[in-house]
Ligand binder design. Structure first.
Ligand SMILES: C[S@@+](CC[C@H](N)C(=O)[O-])C[C@H]1O[C@@H](n2cnc3c(N)ncnc32)[C@H](O)[C@@H]1O
Length: 204
C-alpha cells in the first residue's frame, strides 16, 4: 500500500483510508484514483519531489494527487493551475487546510497569466488535452529550472482516439526531445488507467 504522511492529521481529502503508526498518521495514496500513484505502482524510477521542492501542477482538479504531493513537499510549495471554476471551488477548500497548496484559477495554455510564481523544480501536468505536450513545454520554458523535471500524464485518447496508445507515447517523447528535453522514462499506467502513460523528461 502506498502512503503519505498526513500533514493535516485527522483529515481526509477524498475517500482514502487513514493509517496510524505510533504517533504518525498516514493517508493511503490510492493508485486507482491518482495517476502518479499508478505510475509508482508500475515502477516509476524518477521521483523528483522532495521535502523542499517547488512544484507547478497543471490540472489540479479537486486535489486528489496535489494533496499527496503537498504531504511530500512539506516545506515546499505546490502551485496548482485549474481552469474549471466548479472543481476549483472544491479545491480551494482543500487548499485552505494545506498552506503549501496555492490555487490558481487560470488556463494552463497561458502561463503569462501567472508569471509571479517564479522558478520551480518540477512541472507536473495532467490536463487531458490534445496539446498536452505543448502545454507542458510552454510552462516549463517559462518556469522550470535547468535540471528540473517535466512529468506529463499522457492521455492518448485526448490526442488521437483512433491511434495505438504506444504510437502516441512515442510521438510525445519525440516532441519533448525536439524541444530539448531528455526523456528519462515512460511508464504505462495500464491496468489502472486505460490508454495513459506517465512521461518523465528532464530540462538540460
Ligand atoms: C484528469 S483531471 C486531473 C486530476 C488530478 N490531476 C488528480 O490526479 O487529482 C484534469 C483536469 O485538468 C483540467 N484542465 C484541462 N485543461 C486545462 C487547462 N488548459 N488549464 C487548466 N486546467 C485544465 C480539467 O478541468 C480537469 O480538472
Amino acid at each position: 500500500m502506498l502512503l503519505t504522511l498526513n500533514s493535516r492529521p485527522g483529515q481526509r481529502v477524498y475517500t482514502e483510508r487513514l493509517v496510524h503508526a505510533g504517533s504518525a498518521e498516514y493517508r493511503e495514496w490510492v493508485h486507482t484514483k491518482s495517476k502518479l500513484a499508478a505510475a509508482i505502482k508500475n515502477g516509476l524510477k524518477t521521483f523528483p519531489f522532495t521535502e523542499g521542492s517547488t512544484v507547478l501542477y497543471l490540472g489540479s482538479s479537486t486535489g486528489t494527487t496535489p494533496s499527496h504531493i503537498s504531504d511530500i513537499v512539506a516545506k515546499g510549495t505546490v502551485y496548482c493551475v485549474e481552469f474549471a471554476e466548479r472543481v476549483m471551488r472544491e479545491f480551494v477548500r482543500v487548499a485552505e487546510q494545506r498552506k503549501n497548496l496555492v490555487p490558481i484559477l487560470a488556463d494552463a495554455r497561458k502561463p503569462q497569466d501567472y508569471p509571479w510564481i517564479g522558478r520551480v523544480d518540477v512541472v507536473y501536468e495532467d490536463v487531458a488535452q490534445p496539446d498536452q505536450v505543448e502545454i507542458g513545454v510552454r510552462n516549463s520554458e517559462r518556469f522550470l529550472r535547468e535540471g528540473g523535471y517535466l512529468i506529463i500524464a499522457i492521455k492518448s485518447q485526448s490526442i488521437d482516439v483512433t491511434e495505438e496508445p504506444k504510437k502516441i507515447y512515442k510521438q510525445c517523447e519525440k516532441k519533448l526531445k525536439d524541444a530539448g528535453y531528455a526523456v528519462m522514462e515512460t511508464v504505462d499506467l495500464e491496468p489502472y488507467e486505460k490508454a495513459h502513460a506517465m512521461i518523465v523528461a528532464q530540462k538540460s
